[in-house]
Design a protein around this ligand. Sequence first.
Ligand SMILES: NC(=O)C1=CN([C@@H]2O[C@H](COP(=O)(O)OP(=O)(O)OC[C@H]3O[C@@H](n4cnc5c(N)ncnc54)[C@H](O)[C@@H]3O)[C@@H](O)[C@H]2O)[C@H](O)CC1
Length: 508
Amino acid sequence: MIPVYSVAQIRAVEAQENSKRGETSLMKQAASHLASTALGMLAENTSAEPAFVVALIGPGNNGGDGLYALAELQLQKISTLALQFHEQVHAEAAAAYQAAGGTMLDLSDGECELAKASLIIDAIYGLGYRPGSALPVLPANARVLACDVPSGLNPDTGVAEDGVLLAERTLTFGALKSGLLAIDGPLVTGDITVADLEFDFSSVEAGTQLVEETATRELLNQHRSWRDAGRHKYQRGVLGLIAGSDLYPGAAQLTAKAAVACGAGLLRTHVPESIQSMMALSVPESVPLDDDQIKEALSSSRRQIHGKGAKIKAWAIGPGLDGRTPPTGAIADVFASPQPAVIDASGLEVVPAGPSEQPRVLTPHAKELRMLLSRAGVKITPDEIAQDPIRWTRWAALAYNAVVLLKGPTSYIVAPNGDSLMVSHSAPELATAGSGDVLTGILGYMLSDSSLTGTEGLRTVPNRRMMELTACAAYIHGHLGRVTAADGTVNASRLIENLPKVMKQFGF
Ligand SMILES: NC(=O)C1=CN([C@@H]2O[C@H](COP(=O)(O)OP(=O)(O)OC[C@H]3O[C@@H](n4cnc5c(N)ncnc54)[C@H](O)[C@@H]3O)[C@@H](O)[C@H]2O)[C@H](O)CC1
């Protein structure tokens, strides 16, 4: 996992490093990473035209990084040009660039050169960016390498100006900044690479951790064993799904299909009688579960604690459920059971607040998070959630004593003790009806498979593990969105079609 810091934290560490190693030395180290990233991007060019790198240079150290990087390229016989965006410029870096034979022009005098560039380095604003600046308009198909932070993106909040310089790649220095991963960040940074400047972050605690592919695989493999291959279906994850209504019969089917597509050992479905035949036809692998059988499953799970085998290992509650009526009878009993549960959609309208014996993951989008907080007595607006998603997700995790996954372009996963993870590997095309139902099926299956939770019947799944598996499910769901979008438009049914292949890529 990759730690994510605030601008203030990075500034503090940078100041320490500057006093130890000197600002110029740090800038040159950053610039060297920037120059080699630029060379890597140029090597991808198929054009026979000689390389021509144009850098947009701002007034501060971000601009200084850009100039030192151009000087390195110039010394490697790459044709370069520096376009000054501001009358002020980093004098020492400018002198170094000109000593290397570089040419500096005011942007107004050299703007026409941008169209000829094989690569544009955006070194106008980085950490020091303040909203409200004018920004240049770049040629439509320009290849842009952002220096530290794309200009026009707030490095802390992730809010971008309309005129933000869209990057193909962002090389960020020292560590990930929260703004690169939040709100507009994922839409404007392109692929992000962190340039290691050997900073000492021991004095600051990361606000959160980004779960990327390597971490996802490590987390999934934590409890896997060669013995898993010999398991029978009751050991390969038995999920109880409580979902569906006459109003929304489809959501239950999508979650059911997704859980089956993940390779669950057995799916038991508790849906209204009016849609049971539809469920049996559309998901023939599923087995119905009536109230009495739920009570039997719950009582045997208690017996399991005393040695007898129960069958249902986890619950998925909510997709398409009629949220107007509070749970009664068997469904209320499920909310009080010790098995882990993922609670989504209308299930969020009825999940009880406060301490619970059940290890739970709630999976709201921003509007549902607002409803959860309102039910817990906290009135806030969608904008307030957007401005500080981790803080408000943490509120809900505390109020409901549950792991909370706030769904969006970036997913935030927060445990009741305040620990948080982020997943930014996603696809904008996932904003389509039923996508959340598919995620519920993936997560529900994962919580039901003891080769993933690492717990047999005697212990409930710890919140830390619930949080880790939720992040893995969010990562796989985001990857599923990218794979599906690669060869066509995205809908929930196509996501499900691709799910077996994607799960296989992650060792299932
Ligand atoms: N953090 C690190 O590890 C390292 C950072 N480096 C580079 O330094 C920049 C940050 O430099 P700084 O001079 O503080 O700020 P910027 O260059 O981002 O901004 C320059 C300057 O621009 C002015 N400004 C900001 N917004 C506006 C606006 N809207 N209108 C007008 N003027 C504006 C403001 O005065 C800023 O100070 C960081 O990104 C890295 O690239 C080190 O070089 C390497 C290590």
